[in-house]
Design a protein around this ligand. Structure first.
Ligand code: IVH
Length: 721
């Protein structure tokens, strides 16, 4: 090709376009000869030179990059879908084992099948079970000819072009390899790449990916191989399919995998060859402990009989080999490392310690934070002063810990692996001052029991920015004012804003924002990143739409301690109007007299809640904020109803799991107010169990005993909303 010689910087745009067209045709032709016909006409070096020239021209004239550009994909035009490929040997799955006992059974069954006594003479390989997608990559005369997903085990999808973008996977094997060999293994996304990708998605305000495995699968099933290429997928080789030329090959699983390594495939460095069950189980634990430090997700350890002749004798059941099994890690728990402990300050000033963890996938979700509940929990002390965790170990920064995630509940740190504790791990000193405002943080004494409350609280009140921001977030939340376009992110922005026409530090300022904006021609919200004209108009409309609001929402939004949605409804029903409610609370301030008695007589309101409400209205700052709020917003009148005959009078109820619709105190108070007895454990005498997310043994017991179980919503309907 004469044109090949023309220096690229002298090409006109027209000549460049013509040459790109020619190169696309030529490279497609050579690809076809190379991949499909296995009869190349030009040397690899000449082929590479054509590709390089194509890329250089594209770089100078990016506007000319063709849809069928050879630098985007090798070979044919984009596929409509992935073509099926029938595997030369089926791709099987593995049986699962979950306990040490299961592993003993597996090893025992291998000896039994082979007619031998279990004398530790049979070696097994033990290696991590990579949580990715299995792939079969076929090489003929050392060249990658196709790659297929597992599919149904018999037929997979042809993802050859995408697989070719993975740097870990050689496109050519060294001389002397078998004529045909299908190398099998796992395609995965590194945890670090996954986190970086999600950080980018977050920066762009896009939805986050759930876990590395699904992201790897999505990245591979892209019709545009360029997308796959951008995701930096990786590979481990651990198995094989068809091989023609079996004689020259090693006789064991372990050695076979080492051969893959010499061919240029990554193989897992944690694979070991072991004989006794005890060694195997010890390696399982070791891999489990290393799990947080690995840059890829694993979900268990795979054991395989090492000798290939024994594998052949053992053979297969319908879908899985008799010579292998997968020892799975418990799905909802994982080991990881506490990198740091931070304190979060909530709306009521509670200081909650949060463990920042080395990211780990637990039950299919990447976990980076877990709650440590309170100071006692870190110390190893439970709610009733008992030692928790084995021997009451404390939790330290740098510790290897067991993390548990159940349902939608916030992940928890369950236990510490003491064998892994290093000398640098120091005891955590729980702060005595609020990390946000510097006010004293104290543990209140429970007046009834004389015991210290488990919660450490910031005494800063309104001066604490954390409390103020959290209070605003609560105010606009779904069950309170529910203002569309005003979420946690926007609240942070308005709270931090310095300009008076943009600042929101207390709830009434939400309703004066538009007025202040109108009066300020320079600081326009619509000119600020992330807003824009339409969204600003929508926001102001949403705010105006809440200038009239149901009384119970208004009361709930005030953020009075212990007053959840249910209690707010009780108060709204009992007092009917906001004025009547506020007036009564002020009259009850001495904790004596009619107003105080009336409050305590409301079914479902106990003394702790009643005190908290009265305390709230004694605080001058609260009244001042409410007065400004009432100038902007009108709480609607509520329908007052008298308590009717309760369906749960005289019944015994147990609440379990984490309740989301009400606090446990509130649930108990309400049930007792309706005449029920609330018990802590499930027995034959239990009439109803109300189970929130993450309910465990109590729920199991209830089912076993045939007790009626309801979720929170069903319960609310049952007791009349
Ligand atoms: S061996 C005939 N080894 O686990 C046995 N599989 O549950 C072939 N997997 O589909 C599989 N890591 O995707 C084997 N080290 C490993 C593995 C592994 C992950 C996956 C593989 C397979 C699935 C079976």
């Amino acid at each position: 090709m004469a044109a090949d010689q023309t220096p690229i910087d002298t090409l006109t745009e027209q000549a460049a376009a013509a040459e790109l067209e020619r190169l696309a045709g030529a490279l497609a032709h050579h690809d076809e000869l190379y991949h499909a016909k296995d009869a190349p006409e030009i040397s690899d070096a000449d082929y590479d030179a054509l590709k390089k020239r194509n890329a250089a021209i594209e770089e100078r004239f990016p506007q000319l990059i063709r849809a069928d550009s050879p630098s985007v994909r090798v070979g044919a035009a984009p596929l409509a879908t992935f073509a099926p490929i029938t595997h030369a040997r089926p791709m099987l799955s593995l049986d699962n084992t979950f306990s040490d006992e299961d592993v003993r059974d597996f090893v025992g069954s291998v000896y039994r099948f082979l007619g031998q006594l279990p004398d530790n003479s049979i070696a097994f390989t033990a290696e991590p079970k990579i949580d990715g997608l299995s792939m079969s990559i076929r090489y003929e005369r050392g060249r990658l000819v196709n790659a297929a997903t597992r599919g149904d085990g018999t037929t997979g999808e042809n993802v050859t072009e995408n697989i070719k973008t993975i740097k870990d996977i050689p496109q050519r094997l060294p001389d002397g390899v078998p004529d045909v060999v299908e190398v099998r293994g796992e395609v995965y996304m590194a945890k670090s790449d996954f986190l970086a990708l999600n950080a980018e998605m977050e920066a762009q305000g896009k939805q986050l990916y759930v876990n590395p495995r699904n992201t790897a699968a999505g990245s591979l099933r892209q019709l545009d191989a360029k997308v796959t290429a951008s995701r930096n997928l990786k590979f481990f080789a651990y198995a094989w399919g068809e091989i023609i030329e079996p004689n020259a090959l090693p006789k064991t699983q372990f050695e076979m995998v080492q051969v893959f390594k010499t061919w240029g495939f990554p193989v897992n460095p944690l694979m070991k060859r072991l004989t006794s069950v005890d060694e195997i189980i010890a390696h399982y634990s070791e891999i489990g402990l290393q799990r947080p430090d690995l840059d890829y997700d694993i979900d268990g350890v795979v054991y395989k009989v090492d000798r290939l002749d024994l594998q052949a004798r053992l053979g297969f059941r319908s879908r899985s080999p008799r010579w292998a099994t997968a020892h799975k890690f418990p799905a909802e728990q994982a080991f990881t490392i506490v990198e740091n402990i931070d304190i979060q300050v909530g709306r009521t000033g509670a200081l909650t310690p949060v463990a920042r963890l080395t990211p780990i996938t637990v039950g299919g979700v990447v976990v980076t934070n877990a709650t440590l509940h309170n100071a006692d929990y870190i110390e190893g002390i439970g709610n009733s002063g008992e030692r928790i965790r084995e021997e009451g170990h404390d939790i330290r920064i740098g510790d290897t810990v067991i993390v548990q995630r159940a349902g939608d509940v916030i992940p928890q740190v369950l236990d510490v692996i003491m064998e892994k504790r290093s000398a640098e791990a120091t005891k955590y000193e729980f702060p005595t001052k609020c990390p946000v405002c510097g006010s004293h943080a104290v543990r209140e004494k429970n007046e009834k029991t004389g015991k210290l409350d488990s919660v450490t609280r910031c005494t800063g009140g309104f001066v604490c920015r954390a409390q103020a921001v959290e209070h605003l977030k609560h105010f606009v939340s779904r069950n309170a004012f529910d203002i569309e376009g005003l979420g946690a992110k926007q609240i942070d922005f308005f709270f931090e804003a310095e300009d008076p026409s943009l600042q929101i530090r207390t709830a009434p300022e939400i309703f004066t924002l538009k007025k202040r904006q109108d009066a300020s021609p320079l600081m326009k919200l619509e000119n600020i990143d992330g807003f824009g004209k339409v969204s600003v108009r929508k926001l102001f409309d949403a705010i105006d739409g809440r200038r009239s609001i149901a009384l119970h929402r208004f009361i709930y939004a005030l953020g009075i301690r212990h007053v959840g949605e249910t209690t707010a409804k009780l108060l709204a029903r009992a007092y009917g109007t906001y004025d009547a409610f506020e007036q009564a609370m002020k009259e009850a301030s001495s904790l004596t007299g009619d107003a105080w008695a009336d409050l305590n007589n409301i079914e479902g309101i106990g003394e702790i809640v009643a005190r908290a409400i009265v305390e709230f209205f004694k605080e001058r700052r609260n009244i001042e904020v409410i007065d400004r709020l009432i100038a902007e917003v009108t709480p609607e009148e509520a329908e007052q109803v008298a308590a009717s005959d309760s369906p749960i009078a005289g019944k015994t109820v147990v609440f379990t799991g984490s309740l989301e619709k009400f606090t446990r105190d509130e649930a108990k108070a309400r049930a007792e107010g309706l005449g029920a007895k609330v018990a802590g454990s499930v027995s034959k005498k239990t009439d109803y169990v109300v189970a929130g997310p993450g309910a465990g043994s109590k729920l199991d017991k209830a089912r076993e005993l045939g007790v009626i179980v309801m979720d929170e919503d069903e319960w609310l309907v049952f007791i009349g909303g």
